[in-house]
Ligand binder design. Structure first.
Ligand SMILES: C[S@@+](CC[C@H](N)C(=O)[O-])C[C@H]1O[C@@H](n2cnc3c(N)ncnc32)[C@H](O)[C@@H]1O
Length: 454
């Protein structure tokens, strides 16, 4: 493998003072990479994490001794955890260190699919924050929306826009994450296919695209707001040089993120402006290649005045009462025939976002009326907003997998005392809807989510 890592990249890295080229190459020869998961605290379950080693910079992150077949774990499908590279989980530390969890924020994750960092932000930002998770590529925005549905938190809007669309919301967001598309050298170990695609020309193209994305979207960050910029590239052109360019042209100043030396993260400084950055190398810690840097916007910025957003009539549809946990702090709205709920505080924002952006999802879809009866949506089964008293149909491991394959549940399943809609659960965690009829159990798991291989 060592001779497959592009020599031009090895040469550039070898020029960094103290860089251990041999160790870097050796770690790329290991067959098994590092597997890690991040637990969803909003979905308590009985997984014993006390036997797992914790990711040092993320209190919900755990290393796994080996990579299991996640598809065969019902809790994976239920959104109880997210499989994520441990280095990326550093975002949890950054959020805390920069006090981004101390008050409700409007947060934008600009390049968000498939949703690893958005689900992390959902967990670590203040619970009353609004997260706008954006992905410009349509198919990837669908995956992003699905992963956020699975994560289950309703104060989330998924958008499918080019970064430039956000310039129509000047000074609107308090915090922005740009986890930019990059040349991907940090993922060489995980995804060997990326090695053949790497070239110095691609690094240059990525660097230019990263600047374009940042310049197009930065107007939406308010003065004093925080920008986190990240890549999974080792190239200075995509990391420290972008930091210098940001300071020179985009009206931001760098912010340091305090770290523990024992973590093995390498602090760097950009050449021109000494911007602090944090490099993750797989031979120095248990995680893949990653770079992150923080900035505060200092440029004066016309700021979107939220007070001008007159509260609309926050309504709550009475037919949703028996399906969602609370009605007093939620507003409901319809998209097509479906009813959704969103924390009431964000109702005016929803209206403005709707008028400017393409919304792929917002809040929690609860269901629709069909033939005068309420048909609950799958999204509700994943949501923390589901009514606690909803009937439950507990399934064992094998039946859970059968359910997730959208197979038939046998008549032997104990349905005593149940009829109509019931949540199929595994270890107490909802997987999806069933409908209990006198002579059979209908499986309402979404076709497009079903497990296709076992
Ligand atoms: C590094 S990935 C993001 C990973 C994600 N943040 C996570 O943690 O799961 C970069 C994302 O940027 C998207 N992207 C591609 N071109 C873009 C552009 N011009 N503007 C914004 N995002 C773009 C890619 O489709 C990809 O989903």
């Amino acid at each position: 493998m060592s001779n497959i890592i592009p020599p031009a990249l090895v040469r550039r890295l070898g020029a960094f003072a103290g860089f251990d080229t041999a160790a870097f190459q050796a770690v790329h020869e290991e067959e098994e990479g590092v597997s890690a998961i991040r637990i969803n605290p909003a979905k308590p379950h009985r997984t014993d994490t006390s036997v797992l080693q914790r990711v040092p910079w993320c209190d919900t992150g755990f290393y796994l001794p080996r990579r299991p077949v996640f598809t065969l774990d019902p809790l994976f499908h239920a959104g109880c955890y997210y499989v994520q590279d441990a280095s990326s989980m550093f975002l949890a530390h950054a959020v805390k260190a920069l006090a981004l969890d101390q008050r409700p924020l409007i947060a934008l994750d600009l390049c968000a699919a498939p949703g690893g960092k958005s689900t992390l932000l959902n967990t670590y930002l203040h619970a009353d924050s609004l997260l706008i998770a954006n992905e410009p590529i349509k198919a990837r925005a669908t995956t992003l929306a699905d992963n956020l549905v699975r994560w289950g938190l309703p104060n989330t809007v998924v958008t499918n826009n080019d970064p430039s669309a956000f310039s129509h919301l000047p000074g609107y967001v308090d915090f922005m994450l740009v986890d930019a598309p990059c040349s991907g050298s940090g993922m060489f170990r995980k995804d060997r296919g990326t090695i053949a695609e790497w070239s110095e020309g691609i690094v240059q193209l990525c660097s230019e695209r990263q600047r374009r994305i940042l310049a197009d979207s930065l107007p939406t960050l308010k003065e004093g707001g925080v920008l986190l910029y990240a890549t999974c590239s080792y190239s200075e052109e995509e990391n420290e040089q972008v930091s210098d360019w940001l300071c020179e042209t985009q009206g931001v100043e760098p912010i340091a993120i305090p770290i523990d030396e024992a973590w093995g993260i390498e602090p760097t400084h950009s050449e021109k402006h000494g911007c602090p950055g944090y490099r993750f190398y797989p031979h120095k810690l248990r995680g893949e290649g990653f770079f992150i840097a923080a900035f505060r916007k200092t440029r004066s910025q016309a700021t979107f005045d939220r007070r001008k957003l007159k509260p609309g009539k926050a309504t709550f549809f009475p037919e949703l009462k028996n399906w969602v946990t609370t009605s007093d702090q939620l507003t409901s709205f319809t998209v097509g025939e479906d009813s959704y709920v969103l924390p009431e505080a964000w109702e005016p924002d929803l209206r403005i976002l709707q008028s400017i952006l393409y919304l792929r999802n917002a809040g929690t879809r609860v269901g629709r009326i069909a033939k005068k009866a309420f048909v609950p949506a799958h999204d509700l089964t994943m949501s923390t907003l589901q009514h606690l008293e909803l009937p439950k149909l507990p399934l064992d491991f094998d039946l859970s997998l059968e359910y997730l394959r959208k197979g038939n549940l046998p008549p032997s399943v104990n349905t005593k005392g149940l009829s109509g809609w019931a949540l199929a659960t595994y270890n107490g965690v909802p997987l999806g809807w069933t409908k209990l009829l006198p002579n059979r159990i209908n499986n309402y798991y979404p076709k497009e989510w079903r497990i296709v291989t076992l």
